[in-house]
Design a protein around this ligand. Sequence first.
Ligand SMILES: [Zn+2]
Length: 394
Amino acid sequence: DIFCIYLFSNGISFSVDSVFFLSCETIRTNKSLPGLRGLRNVENIQYLSKTSKSRNSHKTGNRLVYQNLITNWMDQIVKENPDVVTKVDYGKTYENRTISLLKSERGGSSKKAIWMDCGIHAREWIAPAFCQYFINQLLQTYKTDPKMEQMMKNMDFYVTPVLNVDGYIYSWTDNSTRLWRKNRTPGPEGCECLGTDLNRNFYANWGTVGISFDCCSNIYPGKSAVSEPEAQAVTNFVGKRADEILCFLTIHSYGQLLLIPYGHPNVIAPNENELMEVGLAAAEAIKKVHGKQYTVGTSPDVLYANSGSSRDWARLQGIPFAFTFELRDDGTYGFKLPEDQIQPACEEAYSGALHIITHVHDKEFIKPTGTAATVAATLWTTMMAVFVTSTVIV
Ligand SMILES: [Zn+2]
């Protein structure tokens, strides 16, 4: 087994046994292997991580998982789509790893853009898988679909598959770290716990609600606003392009929610009605795919109040459309979403994201043809009725 080698379709080879604790037998019996990459890759590795027994190689294996799952995948996407996609390094993590995004750029003079980040919370493994699925879909669709072709000409897409790289890698170490949420910076003096909740660290009502200044807490917001290098990277990159970015999507799990600004109960987005309307229509689009119900609303209304989120910060920067996606599930499996749900979870969320992006695009680039605002109020009441109380921090 030690000599079991898997050759990626792009020619990158590595010892399978050194990648976490993959079983060579499982690799050999997987008939789809020659094309294995992206989502399939995620499926297989996530699956194996919960079914295989740990071997002594796992201490370095978690780093290799990231390298093979994310870094090599990004390089491969760029290699396969050289005219469309570039990789942009835009920050460093606390442990000095590079934070990268994929940018799609297809001509067009009026530069507008869509932002998507995944994996700001380490344990939410379905999120990076979704970013990979999203990129794959964009690149497959635009060649044949005139609408996608048009949208990709008018707008650049910035997609960060894993923002919290240190935390994500740490969550792959073993079962005891699987549910790690924060990044990996040391706490303040006198505190032995590590990590800041990056989604409480942004400059948006920082440190006010939905946080704990106990540095061992999972919702510790950091020493100060934007104290964390990962939050700084997004703040710098997006902040410089706030006029250009029309839509900010940040992907989490779990709970099946579409959250709009703001997390603070006393702050209301000036376009809250439109955000609700678009969110509800996106939830309808999601439901059409596999019947899953997504609830739409502000964090305090449908989940819990919070502060310092990247979504709220983006809206405060003037980016009109800002949404948090909480992907599957409803709490049955929580962060450990079973393998057979990865693909459907991505398919439905893609449909929701596509609805939002299409709305954003058409509003900017196509003359208005009227709205369906009247439906929103009714749907809102319906959605509120399915509100499920949550004690889990997502
Ligand atoms: Zn989260």
